[in-house]
Design a protein around this ligand. Structure first.
Ligand code: ASP
Length: 387
C-alpha cells in the first residue's frame, strides 16, 4: 500500500523535486540554470602534473608556455577519447601515458632519483564501476607504469604488485620494457645531488622544487556515467629504504567510485596516506549527498494521513559544485593541518571538475562536454567562473 503510494508519487517527482530543491532545500541551487539534469549524458576530465612551491619569478615565460602546452596536449588526448564515447579508464590511461613520456613530469621518463641513484616508479588506477583497482610500486623497467597498473587490475587476481615481480608481470603481459637508464634525466640527477648536499632527512621537504615536483594524474567521467582515476610518479628525490608514497596506494593517492567521485592526488605522500585522502573525499561526498537528500525530503509537505506528498529519489538529486568543493577542501584542510602539502583533482558523476591544493601552484587542467577547456599553473590564476 505504502509502496504503491510512493510509486505513484514518484511519477511526478522530477518537476516537484526540482522546485522543492531549488526553493526550499538547498540555497546553493537558487539559480535554476545552475541545476544539472543528473540523467543527461556528459563527460569531463581533469589532470594534474604535480603541486608545489611555484613562483612566477622562478619560471620563464617560455617554461610556463611549455608546461601549459604539455598539459593541454594531455588534456586534449583524454577529452577526444571521452567525446568519441570512449571509456573514462581509456582516457585516464592515455592521458597519463603521454605525461609519463614527457621528461618535464616526475613520472616515467624524467622521474626523480632514489638515494641510490635509481628511478623507481609507482602507479595506480581505479574504475568507479565495480571499484576495480590495480597498482604497482618500485618498477624499474616498465616504460608505462600506468598501463602496468591497469594490467594488474584487469589481468591478475591482485590489486598491488611490487618491484621485480611487478616488472616481470609487465613483461609477461607484453608491456614495453626499457633499460632503467631510459628514465634518467640530467635535471633530476642534479636534484638528487642538491638533495644529498642539503643533508636533509628524506622525510623533510628540502624546499627544492625538483624534490618531488611533477607527479601526474587524471580523473574522468565518460558518457556512460562511469568514473576512473589514475596516478603515476617517481616518488620523492632521495627516497630510500623502499619508501612508497601515496600515489600507488588505492585510497590515498587514487580512488574512484561511481556513486561519489574520482580522485587523484599529488604532494607529500606520507600525509596523504595518513589521511587516506582519495577515499576520504569520496566517502565525504557520498555522505553529504545522502544528507542533502534527507534535508530536501524533510521539506516535502505531508498529506492528510501524514505521508510525504512525494519521495525524492537519489537519481533526481545532485550536489552543487560549491558543496563538492567544500567537502574536498575540508579534506585538504586536514592534510594541511597535519603539515602536509599538495593537492587533488576530482570529478563527480555529474561532471564537475574540482581542484583543491594548499601549495603556491599545481600544474592542472580540465575539460568537459559543456565546452570547458583550460590549463593553469599558479594558484592565483582565475580558471573556472564557478570558483
Ligand atoms: N605524492 C608523491 C609521493 O609522495 C609525490 C608527489 O606527488 O609529488 O611519492
Amino acid at each position: 500500500m505504502l509502496t504503491a503510494r510512493i510509486q505513484s508519487i514518484k511519477i511526478s517527482v522530477w518537476a516537484v523535486a526540482m522546485a522543492a530543491l531549488t526553493v526550499l532545500a538547498t540555497p546553493a541551487l537558487a539559480q535554476e540554470d545552475e541545476y544539472r539534469d543528473p540523467q543527461e549524458p556528459r563527460w569531463s576530465i581533469a589532470i594534474h602534473g604535480g603541486a608545489g612551491t611555484m613562483r612566477r619569478d622562478s619560471m620563464t615565460e617560455q617554461q610556463q608556455a611549455d608546461y601549459k602546452a604539455a598539459l593541454q596536449k594531455a588534456l586534449d588526448t583524454g577529452a577526444a577519447i571521452l567525446k568519441d564515447g570512449g571509456t573514462a579508464l581509456d582516457a585516464v590511461e592515455a592521458t597519463i601515458r603521454l605525461m609519463e613520456d614527457d621528461p618535464r613530469f616526475n613520472a616515467g621518463k624524467g622521474a626523480v632519483f632514489t638515494w641510490e641513484g635509481t628511478n623507481e616508479l609507482d602507479a595506480s588506477i581505479m574504475e568507479g564501476n565495480g571499484r576495480n583497482a590495480g597498482a604497482a610500486t618500485g618498477v624499474t623497467r616498465t616504460r608505462h607504469p600506468i598501463s602496468l597498473a591497469r594490467k594488474v587490475m584487469e589481468d591478475s587476481p591482485h590489486v598491488f604488485l611490487s618491484g621485480a615481480g611487478a616488472d616481470q608481470f609487465a613483461r609477461e603481459q607484453a608491456l614495453e620494457q626499457v633499460d632503467p637508464a631510459f628514465f634518467e634525466t640530467e635535471r633530476r640527477k642534479d636534484a638528487l645531488e642538491r638533495f644529498k648536499a642539503s643533508q636533509v632527512s628524506t622525510l623533510n621537504d628540502s624546499g627544492d622544487d625538483d624534490y618531488k615536483f611533477g607527479t601526474v594524474g587524471a580523473v574522468a567521467l565518460d558518457l556512460n556515467g562511469n568514473l576512473a582515476a589514475g596516478t603515476s610518479t617517481g616518488g620523492m628525490t632521495g627516497k630510500r629504504w623502499g619508501r612508497i608514497g601515496d600515489s600507488p596506494v588505492i585510497g590515498a593517492g587514487t580512488y574512484a567510485d561511481d556513486r561519489s567521485c574520482a580522485v587523484s592526488a599529488t604532494g607529500s605522500g606520507e600525509y596523504f596516506i595518513r589521511v587516506g585522502v582519495a577515499k576520504e573525499i569520496c566517502s565525504r561526498l557520498y555522505a553529504r549527498f545522502r544528507r542533502e537528500i534527507d534535508v530536501a525530503q524533510a521539506t516535502v509537505p505531508l498529506d492528510a494521513e501524514g505521508f510525504p506528498t512525494y519521495i525524492i529519489h537519489a537519481s533526481e538529486m545532485i550536489l552543487t559544485q560549491a558543496q563538492v568543493q567544500e567537502e574536498v577542501d575540508s579534506v585538504m584542510q586536514e592534510v594541511g593541518d597535519l603539515g602536509g602539502d599538495g593537492g587533488v583533482i576530482v570529478t563527480t558523476p555529474i561532471g564537475y571538475t574540482i581542484y583543491s591544493f594548499n601549495t603556491e601552484g599545481m600544474y592542472r587542467g580540465r575539460a568537459d562536454s559543456d565546452g570547458l577547456s583550460e590549463v593553469a599553473i599558479f594558484a592565483d590564476e582565475v580558471t573556472d567562473p564557478v570558483e
